[in-house]
Design a protein around this ligand. Structure first.
Ligand SMILES: Nc1ncnc2c1ncn2[C@@H]1O[C@H](COP(=O)(O)OP(=O)(O)O)[C@@H](O)[C@H]1O
Ligand SMILES: [Mg+2]
Length: 265
């Protein structure tokens, strides 16, 4: 197992095997809010859909070297890093060929450690690396969990939310036991929250009762500005800084950074 340089960045995997729960939105906007307070941030797009790359304004012509080549050992991480329109925020974009990687990896040696090994060098200038995971617990997400220090779990307040997350928690425990002893959940963030909907509040209460302080105080509200922003290739913080969604991500970044400092202290 390769150990990262102690001075290296904190690596956070944004993971939940369910699709459409706000992983990519959280990766993009948490990264932007961190960069806004002068952290140097790298987003690694591990989803073949490439929504994080698109949402950060990385167009197709910039995606010649992507997560796929990095995982396959065909390119160094440094070759895949693209600047974004946000100062201090860079992206390793993904492309459609990443969909094939899930199968190709099965045959490879060190298949769970490919990303961790790729991240062993070239990250010195970053403070945070955020990995946007695909909606599955396959080898791509496994690579992210093995490479990460901590996991940020976006959770949509809907029926069966707790069932889904318990499966994820088991997977994280298994990865911690067998492949990455330092892995932990940094926090759970409730997304697309609708105060008018009783179910949202009920699920929030259940999740907080069960996971306690692991759940961030900040709740991300359902906000149309958040869903409009990606079609402009912008994080919501740049698209409409005053919107409730943008402000929520600013608060979330504050909490994530504070938790990190508390752990170090
Ligand atoms: N807080 C929010 N308010 C409104 N729409 C949101 C919010 N968060 C995410 N969305 C929208 O919900 C959809 C799924 O979010 P996304 O971040 O892509 O989820 P995932 O990456 O988990 O599949 C997207 O269309 C996104 O724009
Ligand atoms: Mg996504």
């Amino acid at each position: 197992m390769t150990q990262r340089n102690a001075k290296g960045p904190k690596i956070l995997a944004i993971a939940n095997q369910k699709g459409g729960v706000g992983k990519t939105t959280t990766a993009i906007n948490l990264a932007t809010a961190m960069a806004a307070v002068k952290k140097k941030v790298l987003v690694i797009d591990m989803d073949p859909q490439g929504n994080a790359s698109t949402g950060l304004g990385i167009d197709q012509s910039q995606r010649t070297v992507s997560t796929y080549e990095v995982l396959m050992g065909e390119a160094k991480l440094a070759q895949a890093i693209c600047p974004s329109s946000v100062p201090d925020l860079s992206v390793v974009p993904s492309g459609v060929d990443l969909a094939g990687a899930e199968l190709e990896l099965v045959e490879m040696s060190n298949r769970e450690f490919r990303l961790q090994q790729a991240l062993a060098e070239g990250l010195d200038r970053f403070d945070y690396v955020l990995i946007d995971c695909p909606p599955a617990l396959g080898l791509l997400t496994l690579n992210a969990l093995v490479a990460a220090d901590e996991v940020v779990v976006p959770l949509q307040c809907e029926f069966f939310a707790l069932e889904g997350i318990s499966h994820l928690v088991k997977t994280i425990e298994r990865v911690k036991g067998a492949l990455n002893p330092r892995l932990d959940i940094q926090g759970i963030v409730l997304t697309m929250f609708d105060r008018r909907n009783n179910l949202s509040t009920m699920v929030e209460n259940d999740v907080r009762a069960y996971f306690g302080a692991k759940v961030y105080k900040t709740v991300i509200p359902r906000n149309v500005r958040v869903s409009e922003a990606p079609s402009h290739g912008k994080p919501v913080l740049l698209y409409d800084f005053r919107s409730t969604g943008a402000q929520a991500y600013v608060h979330l970044a504050g909490e994530v950074l504070r938790r990190d400092r508390e752990v170090q202290a």
